[in-house]
Design a protein. Structure first.
Length: 463
């Protein structure tokens, strides 16, 4: 059985804190944010009360394992407690067969097609993205201020969530790195060091080429969230704006080719016409467990993106941006040209056939990932292998804690495809093979070849 669209949409999303009110009749005070606004207060209170009851019940019988989900016939409920007493709840509407006969035959299959861990990751990401721009919930001055910022943020954020296309990549929330030769990498590092040593208000710098990270001066856990914001929201929005404005030819092989002179993406986009510094977001980083506030100034030239994390108490003015523009643009153009030249000389992977093996790799140490199973990194649902294989990979990932530090799992699907997971040294490797008549020995040999080719035999211990 194949279901074309399992997730029908978002039924509700809310945030509450039970300690905000303990008096009967004042239950509404517990609710900090609730979507949709069309649900009346009775429905809101009822939904929050249900979650409170479930949380208390599981705390009583399984205090070491907090509740994370609830399954019903037509919905899937996800729970996440990011801070003490604060709960995020997301309820998904499911497409269910309408006829009783269809329901009995397909209900179990549909149940298996939704991986809780994937949507748990989405819920966690929703919190981390809020925290990036507003800090923790407890950092808010008061309850009213918290409600206001939650409303401002989630009103737009919930519209951008791609629920139907969520998969194992959401569980990783990984970073794509661009490996360079030592000369190119040294030029990038020298450029970053020069900026930070010249301007003491620049505390950290990150450097990207297209959607690939080359250098980051912030903690991987912080960069993970910043990276998702950059490639998922900020950069795509600006590329589209440039196309609509006519500054980039739509048929250009590289949308960045026309941008010979760089510009600020956050801050004054046109320094010649700007009267103010424009919008410069503040972000919160959490190295060593303590929040630090920075301005996030993003500059782009050609295919490169430079993120400057500037002290939060720095006075930003047009003169400062003009100075940075002069320094960054001059040095950046040459560096990007060298990177582009290096990349053009690398071996290009030939177009793979529809039945070729596909893989997903993830490194838990530096959060790097690579996927040939996905045709892009836009969470568009464009896959180069059966969706079922990617779903099974997500299910396998959920079983990693039971495998120990190293292990291998092989699954044959109902469609005669094979899915293999190898884990070792904090690395994970998932392979989808479309070889219907292959034996287990054939699959093991194919996986070994793929590991030797793509991972060069250095990531996995011999089992």
């Amino acid at each position: 059985m194949m279901v074309t669209q399992i997730i029908a949409g978002l039924k509700n999303f809310f945030i509450f804190n039970s300690t905000l009110s303990t008096k009967e009749g004042e239950e509404l005070k517990k609710i900090l944010y609730y979507y949709p606004v069309t649900d009346n207060t009775d429905v809101q209170i009822k939904n929050v009360g249900l979650v409170e009851g479930i949380v208390q019940f599981t705390d009583t019988f399984r205090p070491s394992s907090p509740v994370s989900s609830l399954h019903t016939n037509k919905t899937r409920h996800l729970y996440y407690q990011p801070e003490k007493d604060f709960w995020l709840v997301m309820t998904l509407k499911l497409n269910r067969p309408t006829k009783e006969k269809e329901l009995s035959n397909e209900s179990e299959d549909l149940e298996d097609d939704i991986e809780d861990s994937v949507y748990q990751a989405l819920l966690k990401q929703a919190y981390l993205m809020y925290r990036l721009f507003w800090g923790t919930f407890r950092d808010a001055k008061n309850t009213d201020a918290l409600k206001m910022t939650l409303e401002l943020f989630y009103r737009a954020y919930l519209q951008s969530m791609k629920l139907a296309n969520a998969d194992i990549l959401n569980m990783f929330s990984g970073i794509q790195y661009l490996p360079l030769d030592k000369d190119c990498f040294l030029k990038v590092q020298t450029f970053v060091n020069c900026l930070e040593s010249t301007y003491d208000f620049i505390i950290h710098t990150s450097f990207l080429y297209n959607d690939y990270l080359i250098w980051s001066g912030i903690e991987p856990s912080d960069m993970q969230v910043v990276y998702q914001y950059l490639i998922g929201t900020l950069l795509p929005a600006n590329v589209e704006a440039e196309m609509q404005g006519g500054s980039i030819p739509r048929n250009s092989p590289s949308p960045f080719a026309a941008l010979r002179h760089g510009r600020f993406i956050t801050g004054p986009s046109n320094l010649k016409l700007a009267q103010t510094v424009g919008k410069v977001p503040k972000v919160y980083l959490f190295a060593n467990g303590e929040s630090q506030e920075f301005y996030l100034v993003v500059y782009r030239a050609l295919s490169a993106t430079v993120c400057l994390f500037i002290k939060g108490d720095t006075e930003l003015n047009l003169e400062l941006f003009k100075t940075l523009d002069d320094v960054i643009n001059t040095k950046l153009i040459n560096i990007v040209s060298d990177i582009a030249d290096y990349c053009s000389k690398q071996v290009i992977t030939p177009n793979l056939s529809d039945t070729a093996s596909r893989y997903i790799y993830f490194n838990n140490i530096n959060l790097a990932y690579k996927s040939t199973a996905h045709l892009d990194n836009k969470q568009s649902g464009n896959l180069a292998c059966p969706k079922e294989s990617v779903r099974i990979a997500a299910e396998m990932k959920g079983n990693i804690p039971f495998l120990g530090q190293a292990g291998e799992t092989i699954v044959k699907t109902m469609n005669d495809c094979w899915v293999v997971m190898k884990t070792s040294n904090h690395r994970e490797f998932y392979i989808a093979l479309q070889q219907k008549n292959a034996s287990l020995i054939d699959i093991s040999e194919e996986v070994k070849k793929l590991c030797d080719t793509e991972l060069k035999g250095i990531f996995f211990n011999q089992l």
